[in-house]
Design a protein around this ligand. Structure first.
Ligand code: NG1
Ligand code: ZN
Length: 530
């Protein structure tokens, strides 16, 4: 085990730091991450051995955060987020105070988890465009070498591309291979599905895509080339990946969603479709400038409703009426979107705590589950039963046959492992083309209630304990009653407070019938919480 200790000594843990594997893995200032990434490498290797040598993924990214940050997270064999019960193991390895204690923790995990160390572990990894990426990759490789892990470095990839690769690798010899386990295989799968869906459908013209100056830019370019300009025209902006300080700066999905305005410097014609990705291309939002110049955001809720309505129509047209379709949201979903789904689309809605792993698992309970966070992270998942029904159904008319073919292509177009901005972009483009809708028609499906999200600095955010999918506070005692009394005074008022899982703050969300009221409600709830 001296190999282990020697390697660990090269990656000392910063003193007096407590790390925690949260909703986005570990995420912080990049210069604190070296030991954390090394230790995540150790855990990736153990997880692979525990799962009989299945391939585990590691992504080095801090998504929409500032360029100085970075992060690391694990991907499970089916391309899902790390199983929740292993998050504590990640946390305990990351916090071992010395190299020797790290070794003790590591061996402890081997025995308590019953890991067979004879099995050769397999890991694949990739990173985003941050400057700190290569050094962190070196720390990861050090851990993988020390544990004699077989690994493949996939260089720069979007987060969802790595999820795709992991699933492909682990299903290659199964009855349901997910796809060819290469980056080009990813483009080919999406492009071929997109082209099938666009047969006989007039193209909807160009979409302008802001790539947050991140990894999405070169990857979208490759995807667009594979799809072909005859059916997919996109203009790529904010693609300066060679200037790392520009990443997510005044652009990208998080900027557009939180600021509710165009990235400065964008010049778009009114009613032209625009979209923004985030720094690792797993979030997507759309927007446009209306004819009177007002900015209109088409966020994750609007993407979810668009997808759910299209898939609902398609399954009916294909004759697969028995498939149950549901939508999963979080408390941040605009109340108007929830009413639209339940009343107009007549589909069930489930609300889960924040964090896509919660949404993903809830979505798997439907035959077809559509899930999106309002910030644009989401996808659609098809159950095995639904996939089987779709594969085996014998259409009773040419119209049913055509719809069924489209449904099959849609299954391939959607990255079912995780929310994927590139796959979601093609999905939205297909649906708009089929419906012959511009952004205004899409926006017109329902009107968002005015809303406000504020960040409140508190002395101890762990004091804020929630229930009911984070919509109600149980602690500090008495706070929820005060919020309730306030909310009751506002027409269509709704507000909640919860501790952020990624920042040291409490977030307060509010909505109400009028803009001024939503803002006032947020301010007053923030005062209660502070
Ligand atoms: P926190 O910081 O727990 O609110 C944020 C986002 C989540 C999710 C995670 C992971 C909001 C309000 N919250 O979580 O939706 O994306 O980051 O990145 O957007
Ligand atoms: Zn992201």
């Amino acid at each position: 085990m001296s190999l282990f200790l020697e390697a660990s000594q090269r990656h000392p843990k910063p003193e007096n730091r407590k790390f925690s594997y949260g909703t986005a893995g570990f995420r912080m200032k990049a210069d604190l991450l070296d030991s954390v990434v090394f230790r995540v490498g150790l855990l990736a290797s153990l997880r692979s051995q525990k799962l009989q040598g299945k391939t585990i993924g590691v992504v080095i990214t801090a998504s929409h955060n500032v360029p100085e940050d970075n992060g690391v997270k694990l991907v499970d064999p089916m391309g899902e987020m790390l199983e929740a019960s292993w998050e504590v193991h990640a946390t305990s390895l990351a916090n071992a105070p010395s190299d020797e204690q790290l070794l003790v923790e590591y061996e402890n995990l081997i025995s308590t988890l019953g890991v067979n160390t004879e099995i050769t572990p397999k890991v694949v990894f990739a990173r985003d465009t941050r400057e700190s990426g290569p050094a962190l990759v070196a720390a990861l490789q050090d851990a993988l070498a020390a544990t004699k892990t077989d690994f493949v470095d996939h260089g720069l990839l979007t987060t969802p591309q790595l999820h795709y690769l992991v699933r492909c690798i682990n299903t290659i010899d199964s009855e349901q291979p997910y796809g060819e386990p290469t980056e080009q295989g990813y483009y080919n799968k999406l492009a071929s599905a997109y082209r099938k869906l666009m047969v006989g459908i007039p193209s909807n013209g160009e979409v302008t895509v802001d790539c947050a100056n991140g990894v999405g830019a070169p990857k979208l370019r490759l995807l667009a080339e594979t799809v072909g300009r005859d059916v997919f025209q996109c203009s790529i902006v904010n693609d300066s990946v060679d200037q790392p300080s520009k990443l997510n700066h005044q652009c990208g999905a998080d900027f557009v969603k939180t600021q509710q305005r165009l990235p400065p410097g964008s010049h778009v014609a009114s009613l032209a479709r625009c979209a923004s990705l985030d720094g690792d291309a797993d979030r997507l939002v759309y927007y446009f400038n209306d004819s009177d110049g007002t900015f209109r955001l088409l966020d994750g809720d609007k993407i979810a409703t668009l997808a759910a309505s299209f898939i609902g129509d398609l399954t009916k047209a294909a004759g697969l009426r028995s498939l149950n379709i549901g939508v999963v949201q979080t408390a941040y979903a605009n109340g108007s979107s929830t009413s639209y789904i339940t009343k107009t689309l007549a589909l069930p809605v489930v609300c889960t705590p924040t964090g896509v792993k919660h949404l993903h698992h809830a979505a798997l309970k439907f035959d077809i589950g559509v899930y999106f966070e309002a910030n644009g992270h989401g996808t659609v998942v098809f159950s095995n039963g639904a996939l089987q029904d779709i594969a085996e159904y014998v259409p009773e008319s040419p119209a049913q046959a055509a719809a069924l073919e489209n449904l099959k292509a849609l299954v391939d177009l959607i990255n079912q492992t995780v929310g994927d901005a590139l796959s979601d972009l093609l999905l939205v483009e297909v649906i708009l083309a089929h419906k012959r809708w511009g952004p205004k028609e899409w926006d017109g499906t329902y009107t968002d209630l005015p809303n406000r999200l504020v960040r409140v600095e508190v002395s101890d955010r762990t004091a804020f304990m929630t229930t009911d999918a984070e919509r109600r506070l149980m602690e500090p005692v008495g706070v929820q009653e005060k919020i309730d009394a306030l909310v009751g005074k506002y027409k269509q008022g709704r507000s909640f407070a919860r501790a952020s899982g990624t920042e040291d703050a409490v977030r307060v969300y509010s909505e109400a019938a009028e803009r001024g009221e939503a803002e006032e409600l947020a301010r007053l709830v923030a005062e209660i919480v502070a």
